[in-house]
Write a protein that binds this ligand. Structure first.
Ligand code: RIB
Length: 291
């Protein structure tokens, strides 16, 4: 069981030929609304990859659409509270190469409460459980502290990277997930080499350069599956969710890495973040065709 204390966003996605320059006004090619938020994306990736989870989060009065989408994707909204602040949202530009620029507005994601956190942890306390979190909700320090006090293992996606939020958590983190840019920023902030990041295990996703899982001093490398990207938003979230799901259902790390790499390869061939996450069946079919 994975308890994901995670953000939920409404993603406003604008397709552009190229990213706007500072001070420039640029007409978009299209606009669509998708479900997103690093937490929601990761939860859906876990659910669709066969993992079991509870998502703990918050939405506003406008949250029905997001809750409906989560539910339809296999994420039960029982631990998601309804608060006075509007649901978090993101403004995302995606260019012709599928690359993105993202602005986030935290909204309800910053309205988690300590009683809500404690109740979710208490309801799941036991051996073998993971807590997952990112930098898009409030109470990250408290979540980690309370999770460790109850014997949970902690997986932490240090995204979006903010040194002041990330550094105090590292000591308690069992699995740190970062992309290449986040890894470099973290190493710089700690004044260490990348290989010396002080965590028991590290998952580093590097886009088309593949991914590395480091544990017990050993690196397992997984090349990326080549695909034509349509939209890379949420690829890292998909990778982490799928990886954790497979790991917690008994796969060896190398198998889990391969599955997660295929899941995120497929995900970037579709538009949107959460909406683009493939099912376990789709990933297995993709792997059959590619291996
Ligand atoms: O990682 C991608 C996500 O970042 C988007 O879905 C957006 O909501 C932001 O949280």
């Amino acid at each position: 069981m994975i308890l994901n204390f995670g953000s939920i966003n409404i993603d406003h996605v604008y397709r552009v030929a190229r990213m706007p320059a500072p001070g420039e006004t640029l007409a978009v090619k299209s606009y669509e609304r998708f479900l997103g938020g690093k937490g929601a994306n990761q939860s859906i990736a876990i659910a669709k990859s066969g993992g079991t989870l509870r998502h703990i989060g918050a939405v506003g009065a406008d949250g029905d659409w997001a809750l409906g989408k989560l539910n339809a994707a296999g994420v039960t909204p029982g631990f998601i509270s309804r608060v006075d602040t509007p649901t978090g949202h993101a403004v995302i530009c995606v260019d012709d190469a599928g690359e993105n620029q993202i602005l986030i507005c935290g909204g309800a994601n910053h309205a988690l409460t300590q009683p809500q956190v404690n109740a979710a942890l208490d309801a799941a306390t036991g051996l073998g459980h993971w807590v997952l979190l990112q930098n898009e909700t409030n109470l990250t320090t408290e979540i980690v502290r309370e999770a460790k006090a109850r014997g949970f293992r902690v997986a932490y996606s240090a995204a979006p990277f903010v040194a002041e939020r990330t550094l105090p958590l590292l000591e308690a983190v069992d699995l740190l997930a970062v992309n290449a840019l986040e890894a470099e920023a973290l190493a710089r902030a700690m004044n260490v080499q990348l290989k010396d990041l002080p965590v028991p295990s590290l998952l580093m996703t590097r886009g088309e350069d593949g991914a590395i899982f480091r544990a017990d001093g050993e690196d397992i490398e997984q090349p990326a599956f080549p695909v034509n990207p349509v939209d890379t938003t949420g690829a890292g979230d998909t990778f982490l969710g799928a990886f954790l799901a497979r790991l917690t259902t008994g796969d060896e790390p190398a198998e889990a890495l391969k599955f997660a790499s295929a899941a995120s390869a497929l995900q970037i061939t579709r538009p949107g973040a959460a909406d683009a996450i493939p099912s376990q069946g789709d990933v297995e079919q993709f792997l059959k065709e590619r291996l």
